[in-house]
Design a protein around this ligand. Structure first.
Ligand code: CA
Length: 430
């Protein structure tokens, strides 16, 4: 038994009585992600995505549909911090209870009263985000960015020893669908800085990680227990103003270049749902440094990696006005993460830092090695030098007003039902 365990809830032929759930590209009964929703004047509460519906978990708990989970009624009426804080054991019990309910046609009549079409509800940011930390674990991203500055030695000497990150801004984490206002700031110029709207607005394709129970100040989380702190995953777009960043980043790293908005997708996909899509951690070649002991764990090396396919899609204003669909800009695989999420937790806490329920991590930009798998325009256009040609004749070096960006992720493996994450979208407004 471990956090990568496959059980009956991953059975590919499992069938739900919820219309359209079987074979749903993102939310079949094998997924069951949590989100925060409201309808009408009711306060936001916890729901579960199933097919094209939201299952009102709070309402169902109140109506007594989960008699074996007496704690559920209280936590389902709150932001998801409370449920995430319950930890792995409670989350697995809830997954099993939900799976039993949504696959048992004898209970369809009772439970279907708590299904709402997703188009009829409003989704909210799932947690009160206390802290947001962004890592830099995408090794091909780090290499390509490094090459722009240090062609012969792109990776900094610390990269393969320490999971690099910075403390981001939690207050500007926004839900998918929120418009992104182009930031103004100090831009580098030949005669000193200018002030104005960023001219090099970029995206960063990342996974978000929602933290569960948390740890006490001064009590590091050992790597072997780090999985207990990981409550779920989402899509994350770390919008970045490259010109602001280039001028301000030395010597303390990103500041205003990244604090104007960070978009996350609405649904929290659990580690249990992702169990079939686990694999080994990033392979260290012979001669590469072994991680220090506090970052090393046999189970993490064998199962700590994630096998997700990510994509970036763009629809410009001109495309929208002409009725043209979005186009795929790029996309890669989460196998490009040099550090596992467990290693990020162990490292984040090793000095004594406390994590709290609802804290958010970004993995760092996920880029593949090959052309066409870059997770940012900075890489895709080589620092803005080689514009991307779009099918309607437009081109992009960086994002323009009216551009609508969507990122997606899909988990797929032979013998299992594929699952998705929903969408993480944002439109740039001036
Ligand atoms: Ca980032």
């Amino acid at each position: 038994m471990g956090w990568w365990t496959i059980d009956h809830t991953h059975e590919p032929n499992a069938s739900s009585w919820v219309e359209g759930a079987d074979g749903h590209p993102e939310f079949p009964v094998q997924n069951l992600p949590f989100g925060l929703f409201s309808n009408g004047f009711a306060a936001p509460r916890v729901g579960v995505a199933i097919g094209g519906f939201v299952f009102d978990l709070a309402g169902a708990a109140r109506a007594g549909l989960f008699p074996d989970l007496p704690w559920l009624e209280d936590v389902a009426e709150e932001r998801l911090n409370e449920l995430l804080a319950m930890g792995e054991h409670a989350r697995v019990a809830l997954r099993h209870a939900l799976f039993a309910l949504l696959t048992d046609s004898a209970r369809a009549e009772t439970a279907s009263a708590f299904l709402l079409p997703v188009a009829e509800v409003e989704l909210h940011l799932p947690c009160d985000v206390g802290n947001y930390t962004d890592f830099y674990a995408g090794i091909h991203h780090a290499t390509r960015i490094g090459k722009l500055f240090r062609p012969d030695n792109p990776l900094t000497p610390n990269y393969k020893h320490v999971p690099i990150g910075y403390h981001g801004r939690a207050s500007s984490v926004v839900l998918s669908g929120t418009n992104i206002v182009r930031p103004q700031g100090q831009l580098p110029g030949t005669d000193g800085p200018r002030f104005g709207p960023s001219e090099r607005l970029d995206l960063e394709l990342e996974l978000g990680v929602w933290i569960g129970p948390g740890n006490d100040l001064g009590h590091p989380v050992p790597i072997a227990e780090a999985h207990e702190q990981i409550a779920g995953f989402c899509l994350l777009n770390d919008w970045s103003a490259r010109d602001v960043q280039a001028w301000e980043y030395q010597p303390l790293g990103p500041f205003l270049a990244k604090s104007f908005a960070t978009s996350v997708s609405a649904w929290i996909v659990t580690p249990e749902a992702l169990a079939p899509f686990r694999g080994p951690a990033f392979p260290r070649a012979a001669g590469e440094p072994r991680p220090l002991p506090y970052l090393r764990d046999e189970a993490d090396e064998r199962h700590g990696g994630l096998r997700l396919t990510l994509g970036v899609w763009l629809q410009t204003r001109a495309m929208r006005e002409a009725g043209l669909p979005e186009v795929r800009l790029s996309g890669g695989s989460s196998e490009a993460l040099y550090w596992t999420v467990q290693q990020m937790v162990a490292h984040h806490t090793v000095g004594g830092c406390n994590l709290r329920p609802g804290d958010l991590f970004g993995t760092g930009t996920i880029s593949g090695e090959a052309q066409g798998s870059e997770g940012s325009l900075l890489e895709l256009t080589e620092g803005g030098q080689k514009p991307v040609a779009l099918p309607n004749g437009e081109e992009r070096r960086f994002l323009l007003d009216g551009d609508r960006l969507r990122i997606s992720a899909r988990a797929q493996a032979p013998g299992f039902a594929a699952i998705g994450f929903g969408e993480c979208v944002g439109e740039i407004i001036g």
